[in-house]
Design a protein around this ligand. Structure first.
Ligand code: SF4
Ligand code: SF4
Length: 182
């Protein structure tokens, strides 16, 4: 089961990085993965990082770095000196992927990090793409804790579409999340 989980993840990752399956977000995703210079200027703008007591794993750039290394090693098949230079020696395991999913859902998608990034890297988009992979390929999504009136709902956290510009949660689609109330 764990192996099939890893297989599904890799297959979903290939889709995320293919024009045929992800033409709308491929370019900003690749830009954000490839051009971060790791200056860490975005750290202090991140509410998740601050709320964690500035734990390393909640830095805005931590989850993109994990994803980047997985791509370099398991899709681009970097090895030898190149893998050392890009620090791509990362083993793909169920545990690693479970942690990556947790990190992606800790991100609030607020995009404060993107607003301060001098080169326009959008780590929220990366979190959202990781969530998309987990939800669409492995049916993993966290339960929504409240609806827009503050009461508990049982449904999964999903985009169900909606009128553009009515997003209370500032989702990247410019729409809004809808709970049970419609
Ligand atoms: S995302 Fe932008 S601000 Fe943050 S470390 Fe990368 S380049 Fe610097
Ligand atoms: S979008 Fe995510 S990583 Fe960026 S500042 Fe908000 S919580 Fe932090």
């Amino acid at each position: 089961m764990k192996r099939s989980f890893v297989r599904k993840f890799l297959s979903g990752l290939k889709k995320l990085l293919s024009k045929e399956n992800n033409w709308t977000f491929l370019q900003p995703l690749v830009h954000s993965l490839d051009y971060c210079v790791k200056c860490q200027l975005c750290n202090d703008s991140c509410p998740a990082y601050i709320a964690s007591g500035k734990q390393e794993i909640y830095r805005p750039t931590f989850r993109p770095e994990v994803l980047r290394r997985i791509i370099n090693k398991h899709l681009k098949k970097e090895s030898g000196i190149l893998a050392k230079l890009t620090a791509s020696n990362i083993e793909l395991s169920f545990t690693l992927l479970a942690r990556l999913a947790e990190l992606a859902y800790r991100c609030t998608l607020c995009r404060r990090c993107a607003q301060v990034c001098p080169i326009g890297v959008d780590n929220a988009l990366i979190s959202r793409e990781i969530r998309k992979l987990f939800s669409q390929e492995m049916s993993i999504a966290v339960k929504e804790s409240t609806n827009r009136y503050g009461s508990a709902v049982e449904g999964g956290l999903q985009h169900r579409y909606h009128a553009k510009g009515t997003c209370e949660h500032r989702c990247l689609h410019g729409g809004r999340y809808r709970g049970e109330d419609g």
